[in-house]
Design a protein around this ligand. Structure first.
Ligand code: FES
Ligand SMILES: [Fe+2]
Length: 395
């Protein structure tokens, strides 16, 4: 057993001992959230990268960044260097981004090519990951282009699925079918014409907090009256319902009385939107770290990338409908939405970082939960714990 493996096994057993008090299964009024070590321990962070971020469908990129055959982009997920490639059949595929010869990382930056050529000894791979040539492999000028031989060293492919503009990968290959995981979201999205959506803007925020705090905050509306009182004027606390959950999906939503300039008030709506969707906002998390919101005039993606136990990066990507995304006459309306997201998120960042700071207190052990608002926090904790418990030695 390597030293790293034994350290990870130690933190895994420390964690399982701490949640062995029934907090994950008991009624919410007696439950607690995840213990502090889940937010502060470098070993737990490493363990989580190897389990949660490899065993689930994890967001990896945007379809709109792959226009031409041969477009490729490196991405690092679950501590693994991967490369996403648009192949000849128009499919986005994912491979471990490492040459099968001496292990050089193959693709260092987004680029386009007809094949993937390793800079080290020029072994070349097709866009489908097939090794196609090894120059001078059998000695000077004795190249290997024997397909049968070459194929023994093809790139290692990773499960990859696209859903609307979003790319997901499952590194371990063990997650349930993507369609099954996403089904609870699909059900709610019936009637929205996603074909009319256009990418408009990306916002990026660095935060001094664990990724889980940002996701836990994103899904719950309990903090709205206190942290975003102005948003409480749009939909009051008595009109908000508690978040729900179904498998890997967390969800929340509301009806609004009157559209707001930042939500449905000024930009074009989804075409032929069913009546029951015209006064709705809904938001979701696909565990672990992909969130998105949908309103009559926009979809906003929210992804939190872990960078360390107490460091993460959030991206918020805004999509509008048809010409709402780029027409000049909607520029002011778009700016209003963008400003709104910036302000809202800055308010959240402050509170998320305070929760991170509070995780250093030895008096805190996961907290006391609201039986109305917080069942989703207990479920989120269960999902994390499930993956950690399933991680085994050497994984
Ligand atoms: S390391 Fe890639 S060709 Fe040798
Ligand atoms: Fe918030």
């Amino acid at each position: 057993m390597t030293r790293l493996a034994s350290r990870l096994l130690q933190v895994r057993s420390d964690f399982l001992a701490q949640v062995d008090d029934g907090r994950l299964e008991c009624p919410v009024e007696e439950a607690a959230g995840l213990p502090n070590l889940c937010y502060t321990s470098p070993d737990f962070y490493a363990l989580e990268q190897q389990s949660v971020f490899r065993d689930n469908w994890v967001f990896a990129g945007f379809v709109h960044e792959f226009d031409n055959t041969g477009d490729m982009r490196p991405v690092e997920l679950g501590g693994q260097p991967l490369v996403l490639v648009l192949d000849e059949a128009g499919r986005i595929r994912a491979f471990h981004n490492v040459c099968r010869h001496r292990g050089a990382r193959l693709v260092e930056a987004a680029r386009n090519g007809r094949k993937i050529v390793c800079p080290n000894h020029s072994w070349s791979y097709s866009l489908g990951g097939r090794l196609i040539a090894r120059p001078h492999f059998h000695g000077g000028e004795r190249h290997d282009v024997n397909q049968a031989e070459c194929h023994r060293a093809d790139l290692v492919e990773v499960r990859c699925e696209t859903w609307h503009d979003w790319i997901f990968v499952n590194i371990s290959g063990t997650a349930e079918a993507f369609a099954h995981c996403i089904e609870p979201i699909e059900r709610v999205l019936e009637g929205y014409d996603f074909g009319s959506l256009r990418y408009a803007e990306s916002l990026e925020f660095d935060l001094d907090a664990n990724w889980k705090l940002a996701i836990e905050n994103f899904i719950e509306p309990y903090h709205v009256f206190s942290c975003h009182p102005w948003l409480n004027d749009f939909v009051g606390m008595d009109e908000r319902r508690a978040p729900g959950f179904d498998g890997k999906v967390l969800s929340c939503g509301y009806r609004f009385q009157k559209a707001d300039p930042a939500r449905g008030g000024q930009l074009p709506w989804f075409p032929n939107l069913p009546v029951d969707k015209r006064d709705r906002g809904d938001w979701f998390v696909l565990f672990p770290n992909f969130g998105f919101e949908i309103f009559p005039d926009q979809v906003d993606v929210f992804v939190v990338t872990p960078l360390g136990p107490d460091k993460s990066r959030e991206i918020i990507v805004l999509y509008f409908i048809g010409e709402g995304a780029d027409a000049k006459n909607y520029a002011a309306a778009r700016q209003h939405v963008i400003r709104n997201w910036n302000e809202l998120n800055r308010e959240d960042l402050g509170i998320i970082e305070r929760m991170q700071a509070g995780r250093r207190s030895e008096s805190f052990d996961g907290g006391v939960l609201s039986p109305y608002w917080d069942p989703v926090q207990q479920h989120f904790a269960r999902l994390v714990a499930g993956d950690i418990a399933a991680a085994v030695e050497g994984s």
